[in-house]
Design a protein around this ligand. Structure first.
Ligand code: UDX
Length: 474
């Protein structure tokens, strides 16, 4: 099938490249001519595992093209639109979508189909068929089917999420002849997963609901972490036990500094705002947002507390800047808020990220931040280290060597991914989220040690002589 994908950001580019895998002929279209020229030469603007290979393969076999010429849509049987719908302030905006539709809809052939892949505000979904119909009519053209096809891909696994999805959701905004649904089913004929066909507003709400639920699970885990810290519990153990219940499941229950990225924070905030604006009560979603914001502040609170009540003049190593590992995406990255808070308190913050390509972008936002070419340089002479993004190489770094480089051995683990026992054994005071505080000196709050088996001998000795029941049970 001949497909045009309008908008070559994360969503559009992954869609275009992956469709080549199923033998579709795809043209990726974006107004940014320089970006399209680079893509046509095989250079991807984003870091996404597996994407470069797909682009190269389908440029080579001629299934994939990139163009900044919107007229390329006229040859397509299916035109997918994947332009941005968020504003700089975390709200919805439909201006870009409306402008794209004004340009694209008159060029879609009479036997073409339009499918929106962007996340849309439900209000706009209701207006969509009339909006598209009016453009067709004003240009003296026949109506075309209007479909929704929300995406559920995660960054860093977007290619495999696309090619082997859990489900495909198709929303019908306007499809009196059934041609739209037929074309969408043909598009996905290769997949081995349920294809859920819904009316458009339900497809839109299903997309929102998925992300809102994931965000709720994370904030719930963070709330449990606060209880664990208060009562000497270990959140990892608690959620592992809870997640065995198939009605709950283990995914998205990792406590820490909370969710970032382009989808979860925006959609939580947008739904909360939309509720306020329309008089719809969404207290649960508002609380999910509040908990998420609080986690970032708590990360800084933990560092300050371990450093005797002030960050002024302290040197802090910040490990990880991107919102999650294996991406170079900084959108809503918790590291940015955390670094900003620490700089405002007079700390000297030196960041290291395994994707150093992000440094220039971060420097433009946070001019006071230092950047290190390696983790060793970030940690050299630091009073404390904060792990913000769980890149595998940061989790697995040589923590014994790290301890030797630092002025004080304090670590705040923003992702609950480090081995408490190993860090304590290396001489660190360890603080996570819902894992207590662990150190060799005072044996305070050794809750986290319970999850590390076998515990190193020095830590075990402290645990066994400690009065805490968790130690006695080992
Ligand atoms: C998300 C949705 O998962 C995806 O379905 C949708 O299409 C786009 O938005 P993405 O933003 O790529 O994907 O990242 P995701 O893997 O969902 O993680 C979002 C954030 O939550 C990250 O900052 C991650 O670190 C955090 N997270 C995730 C937690 O804090 N705890 C967890 O248990 C899981």
């Amino acid at each position: 099938m001949r497909v045009a994908v309008i908008g070559q950001g994360y969503v559009g580019l992954v869609t275009a490249a992956c469709l080549g895998e199923w033998g579709h002929e795809v043209v990726g279209i974006d107004a940014d001519a320089a970006k399209m020229a680079r893509l046509q030469a095989g250079q991807s603007p984003i870091r996404e595992p597996g994407l470069d290979e797909l682009i190269e393969r389908h440029l080579d076999d001629g299934l994939l093209h990139f163009s900044s010429d919107i007229r390329a849509v006229s040859a397509a049987q299916l035109v997918m639109v994947a332009v941005g719908t968020t504003d700089a302030d975390g709200g919805w905006q439909t201006g870009t979508m409306r402008a794209a539709l004004n340009d694209v809809v008159p060029l879609v052939s009479d036997d073409g189909v339009l499918a929106i892949r962007s996340t849309l505000p439900p209000e706009f979904v209701r207006q969509l068929p009339a909006f598209v119909g009016a453009i067709r009519e004003a240009n003296g053209l026949a109506p075309i089917p209007v479909m929704l096809n929300p995406e559920f891909t995660r960054e860093s696994t977007a290619v495999s999420d696309f090619l082997t999805p859990d489900r495909v959701v198709i929303g019908i905004a306007s499809d009196p002849s059934g041609r739209g649904l037929k074309v969408m089913r043909r598009l996905y004929h290769e997949i081995d997963a349920p294809v859920v066909v819904l009316k458009a507003v339900d497809a839109c709400l299903a997309k929102l609901a998925s992300n809102l639920f994931l965000a709720t699970k994370i904030s719930f885990a963070n709330e449990m972490a606060a209880l664990c810290d208060a009562f000497g519990g270990t959140v990892d153990e608690v959620v592992a036990a809870v997640g065995l219940d198939p009605r709950i499941g283990p995914a998205f229950l990792r406590a820490g500094i909370g969710f970032g990225g382009s989808c979860l924070p925006h959609q939580v905030r947008m739904v909360s705002r939309m509720g306020d604006a329309l008089g719809i009560q969404t207290p649960l979603i508002s609380a999910v947002h509040q908990v998420n914001e609080r986690q970032r502040t708590q990360f800084v609170d933990r560092l300050r507390e371990q450093l005797g009540g002030s960050l002024a003049g302290r040197r802090i190593a910040l490990l990880g800047l991107t919102f999650k590992p294996n991406t170079d995406d900084l959108r809503e990255a918790p590291a940015l808020t955390i670094a900003e808070l620490m700089l405002a308190e007079g700390a000297e913050v030196c960041a290291y990220d395994p994707a150093p390509g992000v440094y220039a972008r971060v420097a433009a936002i946070l001019p006071g931040l230092y950047f290190a070419p390696s983790w060793r340089e970030a940690l050299d002479g630091a009073d404390a280290v904060g792990l913000v993004t769980e890149w595998p190489e940061l989790v697995a770094l040589d923590w014994e060597a790290a301890a030797g480089l630092m002025r004080q051995r304090i670590v705040v683990d923003g992702r609950n991914v480090l081995s408490v026992a190993r860090l304590v054994d290396a001489g660190f005071t360890y603080v996570g989220f819902g894992r207590g505080v662990a150190s060799l000196e005072d044996g305070v709050g050794l809750a986290g040690a319970a999850i590390d088996h076998p515990a190193p001998s020095a830590l075990r000795a402290t645990m066994l002589t400690g009065a805490r029941p968790v130690a006695a049970e080992q």
